[in-house]
Design a protein around this ligand. Sequence first.
Ligand SMILES: C[S@@+](CC[C@H](N)C(=O)[O-])C[C@H]1O[C@@H](n2cnc3c(N)ncnc32)[C@H](O)[C@@H]1O
Length: 307
Amino acid sequence: MRYIDLFCGIGGFRIAINQALKGKNINSKCVFSSDIDPDAQNIYQMNFGEQPAGDITQIEAKNIPDHDILLAGFPCQPFSICGQLKGFEDTRGTLFFDIARILDCKKPNYFILENVKQLVGHNQGKTLQKILEILQQLGYYIQYKVLNALHLGLPQKRERIFIVGYRQPLSFRWEIQNIPMKPLTEILEPQVSAFYYASEKIRNNRLVKYQGKIASEPTIWHENKAGHISAYPYSCALRAGASYNYLLVNGERRLTEREMLRLQGFPDEFKMVASYSTARRLIGNSVPVPCVSRVMNCLLNQDIMNE
Ligand SMILES: C[S@@+](CC[C@H](N)C(=O)[O-])C[C@H]1O[C@@H](n2cnc3c(N)ncnc32)[C@H](O)[C@@H]1O
């Protein structure tokens, strides 16, 4: 199965698809990848031996190799594609347009798109409706679902919408069973350097604001926008641009790069050589691997049933 990895970031989709296809004994090959961010390109190259192409808006669809499945965790741009739009050409200026024009030209059998959960309610649901209509006009049957990484084995509350498209009329079903989350003890490193510890001032400030009991098991303290502190036995969603103290292990220290990768379901062999701030941004932008592999399994199971 040949696939393309658009907006590939550090390759969360690629790891998940390879896992899902390997599980079904299907050979897979990534025939094209693209990301505009040089740091993401470096990490992708380091792990997959391939330098992604750059800005997708500058790449002609006909120059992209043929493929069976298109994968895209596209950026959650503020969409402005509702209104009176008639077709996908009117979405020019949004990165969704680039997905649509590639689907239109290359007509892969399947696609999986991912975005933030907020897309569902954006502009009273009209944005998503428009996206789905355009994908249907391009000849696809569409399904979508919001999945939470917390229900698929990871101790991270991260809700994302997945949109699946296929050209044949399959009786697609979302057969995804909940998996108990790994405890934080399996994610957290036993010892971390002083670099990760918040200053005494910040730690004291957290303790003063925190109203709950101090648990004996590890927790991750989350500061919401109003400055309210909660402690959970899982992490709230990693975010690329959040303050350094938005998530603190036991109210004391930041997550390490490896811990953040584990929270997204990346295997420990994954290499991340970058500054801490770059790593936070890249990992915070990434996709939870088990969510994508479950979605891919739904497609694969369906395909086999209809053969
Ligand atoms: C939500 S992230 C997807 C991350 C990816 N799924 C992963 O597992 O790491 C969106 C990505 O789109 C990339 N991007 C934004 N504009 C782009 C463009 N014009 N061309 C190619 N990539 C772009 C960003 O650099 C970012 O890495």
